[in-house]
Design a protein around this ligand. Sequence first.
Ligand SMILES: Nc1ncnc2c1ncn2[C@@H]1O[C@H](COP(=O)(O)OP(=O)(O)OP(=O)(O)O)[C@@H](O)[C@H]1O
Length: 337
Amino acid sequence: MITLTNVQKTFTVNDTTIKAVNNVNLSIRKGEIFGIIGYSGAGKSTLIRMLNLLERPTGGTILIDGQDLTQISAKELRLARQEIGMVFQHFNLLWSRTVFENIAFSLEIAGVKKAKIKERVTELIELVGLSGKEHNYPNQLSGGQKQRVGIARALANNPHVLLCDEATSALDPQTTDEILDLLVQINKRYQLTIVLITHEMHVIHKICHRVAIMENGNIVEQGDVLDIFSSPKHSVTQRFVKQISHEDNSLKTARHLAHEFPNGKVVLLKFLKEKAEQPFITNIIRNFKVDINIIQGKILHTQEGGYGSLYIHLTGSEINPALDYLTREGVEIEVMT
Ligand SMILES: Nc1ncnc2c1ncn2[C@@H]1O[C@H](COP(=O)(O)OP(=O)(O)OP(=O)(O)O)[C@@H](O)[C@H]1O
């Protein structure tokens, strides 16, 4: 549905050339939530702004539903942009307009009749959970409510694609989760393709189906969220995964225990999808002569299923048969000692 081929963007400032985006190739499927994550300066904003040509690429092609945005006329681009909604970090609302008028704005520009605008805006206000707030001005709303207006406005023209430029970065963790839940609800209800950029792994694992990781203008890794999360290859990806797995702390504890209890083994177990919900620990205690001390564990839920990691300390006479059983059952095992 969205295909980027060799997309580049260079800026020239005072005779210095900056490669903000460097030969990016991406394919985003219809109806998926696709996340782009990277640290500050990686090129995420530049990349997402090229998807509706707010930023014109210096090279490459951007195909949306088969139409190359870089080759069309200004009029065609105006029409194409009606199919692409955008949500911004700082909401970009019109402060002198009410909630209703902000959402109505893009419909007015598109020449929609008054009665139809009223019907559509009322529907959108309900969808984003702002009923009763239609006559409030933006400065009478919380950050989360402002972003709900931003989302309703972006959806007004029934776009096929929704671009989210750090849509939750200005919000507290609870409001972030509420807005992310709303995006998932909209994605499911309308089969809307959502492309978002963020620097928070939490946003990716909570709502995205697939993810691309950016560094210095390049996409260094991309794939299904669960795959990337369970075996990150690139060092940048590994740093992002650690943001939420707290692996460093667990490793420290595991090493400490391995030193304290030289008899036995400290082992990291990794479970994917339905395996994260099975009682493997009970099974090995029941069936093998082992004792288990659970050091640290975590299950993270993604759109495609759960990912669990568990550090355990095993003692007893049947450690190896117990580990063989886990391997046969498809649990990934890393022996720390
Ligand atoms: N209009 C511009 N003129 C010159 N350089 C720019 C411009 N926009 C972005 N850049 C440069 O391009 C690079 C990528 O910036 P970009 O804003 O896309 O990164 P980012 O990953 O979105 O970072 P952040 O999360 O901090 O917004 C940076 O080195 C930035 O300084």
